[in-house]
Design a protein around this ligand. Structure first.
Ligand code: ASP
Length: 576
């Protein structure tokens, strides 16, 4: 079975030659005694013509959709001037057809894959993966892996694999647990990330590490989450934040250049967390368009309009002209995101009408100049607790993006860094402080004295997120390498020395044996490829994903197991 080339690799140099191709029948049409086949492999599709008097005809006549076949024939191309960009530009006139295998009629028409229920696509994923869209996504992914590997190898990174059966790593999700047969009553955790191992590789002196690491987090699923997913995980020694960001910029630019032929402008803009929240209401702002907020808290303070006068924050967004129905819908979104309401004004000449217009006479001139709202345009306000107000307006900003297709006004891809995240976050539910990134992130050295004081919420972390088109596609930090600071951090998040020791004793020990300054990052690789491919769900760029209930519909996992299997690992189901 000697194939001349993959279908997509045929080119003008093959013209007039006899070629042998392997593939699947995408479609068969009979026209005026001729059989036309579309032959597909993972690289492309070509039209095959079988003439009634050819030796190939009888075998070709047996072919049906998705049969596997070998075709031998003459490759013909239309002269370049006559090409129409369709399949008929290139053709194989078959001289021999071999049916290599038959196929049942597929449960869905592959060509209509886009509109088929996702559950069907996932159940028959091996058929779904034959579709050109999925082939394109998986090829893009494979090319991106090759680009990453080439770049990192060239820049002195060592590829190391870390364990899958391990101990809990705190990334803020639930662990997937695996019972240990040899140690009844004890469990491994699947890694939420290789965080501690990569830090220990730095302690071990490997200097620069990377891994395409499978990570596991048991959390509620969304379009951009899977229970098992892939990170491009990296760590570097003897670096500060600028060093990490610079090499990451080069790496991402390299990946875009190699895979999509797109030149990303570097350096990427760096936006401190507080600015991102204050201006865009998000720590992963979509900056393909601006539509930034204006702060007008001061205009209303101590004034008549109580709802705004007493608010910690009043932010406004200058939107285009909106209908009442659109405003109502935006208000629903604001409320869903924590706001009590969405106040509005419509600009009419140099005054405002509608909404809260009767309360803003005194502020009108300032509102006009500060917001620059266009004639007929709408001002949308969120007021209240700072975090809630900005987050709600952030959601409204994204809804406006979708309503007016604002993303299309900017570059196809916009990358930025969000920096200076808070080190600690107060969790209202439990009434305790917790880490924002993870407990190994180094605080800004100037802010160290704030630990343990009433102002510890102001401690800035040396943490950074990589943001692409409004998606967080990477996150990392400079790490604590001083055991004393690590101890303070554990204390700040309420770990007693005993608890810290029980969870991370091995790591605390390691820190004391000559830890270099180090830092790193992990990319959410699936998410990155999703955005690069233009898909809106990571399931489109993962070969065998789970659905949004965490079920692999093809292999039917998870599934019940025998009681004997459970007994082997010392377990019994409580519900039985
Ligand atoms: N381990 C972190 C994460 O999974 C990434 C990092 O800090 O390098 O988000």
């Amino acid at each position: 079975m000697k194939r001349t080339a993959l279908i997509g690799h045929l080119n003008d140099t093959h013209a007039g030659q006899t070629v042998t191709l392997h593939g699947w029948v995408n479609r068969r049409r009979d026209l005026g005694g001729l059989i036309f086949l579309e032959l597909r492999d993972r690289s492309g599709m070509v039209q095959v013509q079988v003439e009634p008097d050819s030796a190939a005809f009888a075998d070709a006549d047996r072919l049906r959709a998705e049969y596997v076949t070998e075709i031998e024939g003459t490759y013909q191309t239309r002269p370049e001037s006559q090409r129409k960009g369709g399949l008929a530009d290139y053709e194989v006139i078959a001289t021999r057809v071999r049916v290599l295998n038959t196929a049942k009629t597929p449960p869905f028409e592959l060509e209509k894959g886009d509109s088929v229920a996702e559950d069907i696509r996932l159940k028959y994923r091996y058929l779904d993966l034959r579709r050109p869209d999925m082939q394109r996504n998986l090829m893009l992914r494979s090319k991106a892996v090759a680009a990453v590997t080439a770049f990192l190898d060239e820049h002195g990174f060592v590829q190391v694999e870390t364990p899958m059966l391990t101990k809990s790593t705190p990334e803020g999700a639930r662990d997937f647990l695996v019972p240990s047969r040899q140690n009844p009553g004890e469990f491994y955790a699947l890694p939420q990330s290789p965080q501690l191992f990569k830090q220990m590789l730095m302690i071990a002196g490997y200097d620069r590490y990377y891994q395409l690491a499978r990570c596991f987090r048991d959390e509620d699923l969304r379009a951009d989450r899977q229970p098992d997913f892939t990170q491009l995980d990296m760590e570097l020694s003897f670096v500060d934040q600028d060093d990490v960001l610079e090499i990451q910029e080069q790496l991402l630019a390299h990946v875009f250049r190699q895979t999509l032929g797109i030149e990303l402008p570097v350096p990427f803009p760096r936006i401190p967390y507080m600015d991102a929240m204050n201006r865009y209401g998000s720590d992963k702002p979509d900056l393909r368009f601006d539509l930034a907020f204006t702060d007008v808290t001061d205009l209303f303070q101590g004034g008549e309009f109580k709802a705004f006068a007493e608010a910690q924050t009043v932010k406004v967004i200058a939107a285009p002209e909106l209908t009442r129905k659109q405003i109502d819908e935006l208000e629903r979104i604001a409320k869903q995101n924590g706001a009590r309401g969405l106040a509005w004004l419509k600009r009419d000449g140099d005054t405002f009408t509608g909404g809260i217009s009767k309360f803003v006479a005194a502020q009108t001139p300032a509102l006009l100049t500060r917001t620059g709202v266009a004639h007929g345009g709408t001002l949308l306000f969120a007021a209240g607790d700072w975090k809630k107000a900005v987050s709600a307006l952030g959601a409204v900003r994204l809804a406006l993006r979708d309503l007016f297709n604002l993303a299309a006004t900017g570059p196809q891809f916009h990358v930025s860094w969000v920096t200076e995240f808070p080190q600690l976050e107060f969790d209202e539910d439990s009434g305790t402080w917790t880490y924002m990134h993870h407990p190994f992130t180094a605080p800004h050295p100037d802010d160290l004295p704030l630990f343990g004081t009433a102002r510890q919420g102001e401690i800035r972390a040396q943490a950074y997120d990589l943001v692409l088109n409004g998606y967080e596609v990477g996150g990392g930090s400079i790490r604590i390498h001083d055991p004393e600071v690590q101890g303070r951090m554990f204390q700040a998040i309420g770990f007693t020395p005993e608890q810290a020791n029980e969870k991370f004793g091995f790591f605390m020990d390691a820190l004391e044996y000559g830890t270099p300054p180090h830092g790193g990052i992990a990319w959410g690789f699936d998410r990155l490829i999703m955005v690069m491919s233009g898909a809106t769900s990571i399931r489109e760029v993962i070969a065998f994903p789970k659905n949004n209930r965490g079920v692999d519909l093809m292999a039917l996992a998870p599934s019940p197991v025998d009681t004997t299997q459970l007994a082997d690992v010392g377990l019994a189901l409580a519900t039985e």
